[in-house]
Design a protein around this ligand. Structure first.
Ligand code: KG4
Ligand code: ZN
Length: 346
């Protein structure tokens, strides 16, 4: 296999999707198989770690097999195996890490360890051939809300983070209180389209000493109190208006802080990543606000917003090019800090 066509097998099992993908040169997806466990976890209103690990064990080999078949390649053609090793649920991560280590050892191929958030960021490289660092990336998912300064493919600086709940977590909790099911983001996004975003004014938290940080727990409590109050008084309330007003409050702060970071750090590109990047109001508002400042906005197609292995292979490609390979003692790291696995990071 010549080096003009580097084929990476990506593996992702950090939460509730078992996924494997084959990606050529970090940007061209030959296959991306995702076995979602969402239906299994739905009845519990969130991910149950023990169930997730067991399901990953069952699915990992068939999913890898399907990814290779779909890409029409064999394990011999693969140049390296890239795997998410953190952050995430430790039992879930371990399934992917063990499979990747076993494959790398058996095939004598390099193993590349990938940070889950760096994977989400790299999802933008798949969808947009023109996206290159430096840029500011808003990573908003069920577990994270970060503003990251992507200085180079392997050089990241976290400018802001949530001090409590992640944005997606807030969507999931509000949906649960409104009996809208799990995950909450897509259904709230849909209901909000029928509601009035100005119906209620929910709090938007800012920290003067940390202008890019987020906090969503006060907003979550305000919305839950509002719903409980109406229920106690047996008042009619519009689910659509609550969804629209809640969503507007989340999106306002996500966009404000991201555009501010892009201005302060003088970048001309903003990327959005993570499950919440699929939110239609977030995409529209970010584009409107950024374009006024001459900043371009990019986000992955929906399938690459939520967890998938193609984004892990895409991120792993740049580590592969830099010769950053993992040891065969690689372990899962549930609370891995971003950038910690690269030499040039602060
Ligand atoms: O990135 P992801 O698949 O998993 C994590 O790494 O957490 O993100 C899942 C999160 C869930 O909280 C889900 O409610 C949220 O992304 N989400 C959305 C939308 N689609 C998914 N949030 C807001 N609007 C959406 N359209
Ligand atoms: Zn994720």
């Amino acid at each position: 296999m010549d080096k003009d066509n580097v084929l990476i097998l990506g593996i992702e099992t950090s939460c509730d999707e078992t996924s494997a993908a084959v990606v050529s040169n970090g940007r061209n997806v030959l296959s991306n198989i995702i076995a979602s466990q969402i239906d299994l976890h739905k009845e519990y209103g969130g991910v149950v770690p023990e169930i997730a690990s067991r399901k990953h064990v069952e699915l990992i080999l068939p999913v890898i097999d399907s990814a290779l078949k779909k890409a029409e390649v064999t394990l011999k053609d693969i140049d390296a195996i890239a795997v998410t090793y953190g952050p995430g649920l430790v039992g879930a991560l371990l399934v992917g890490v063990s499979a990747a280590k076993a494959l790398a050892a058996a095939l004598d191929k390099p193993l590349v360890s990938v940070h889950h958030i760096e994977g989400h960021i790299a999802a933008n490289y798949i969808t947009h051939a023109q996206v290159e660092p430096p840029f500011i990336c808003l990573v908003a998912s069920g577990g994270h809300s970060h503003i990251v300064y992507v200085k180079d493919y392997l050089n990241f600086e976290i400018l802001g983070r949530t001090r409590d709940d992640a944005a997606g977590e807030a969507f999931d909790k509000i949906a649960r209180v409104l009996d809208l099911g799990y995950p909450g983001g897509p259904v709230i996004d849909k209901k909000a389209k029928e509601g009035n975003p100005q119906a209620f004014h929910f709090p938007r938290v800012k920290f003067h000493d940390a202008p890019y940080d987020f906090s969503f727990s006060g907003l979550k409590t305000a919305v839950i109190n509002h719903i409980n109050h109406a229920r106690q008084l047996k008042e009619e309330y519009s689910v659509e208006d609550i969804c629209a007003s809640f969503q507007q409050a989340v999106i306002d702060v996500l966009v404000d802080h991201t555009v501010l970071a892009a201005k302060d750090y003088k970048v001309k590109t903003i990327c959005i990543a993570g499950g919440v990047a699929a939110n239609s109001l977030l995409r529209d508002t970010m584009e409107k606000r950024a374009s006024k400042k001459g900043i371009g906005v990019f986000y992955p197609t929906p399938v690459y917003c939520t967890d998938n292995a193609a984004m892990i292979a895409a991120a792993g490609y740049y580590s592969y090019l830099a010769g950053e390979f993992a040891e065969d003692t690689l372990n899962a790291v549930p609370s891995l800090p971003i950038g910690s696995n690269h030499k040039g990071c602060e």
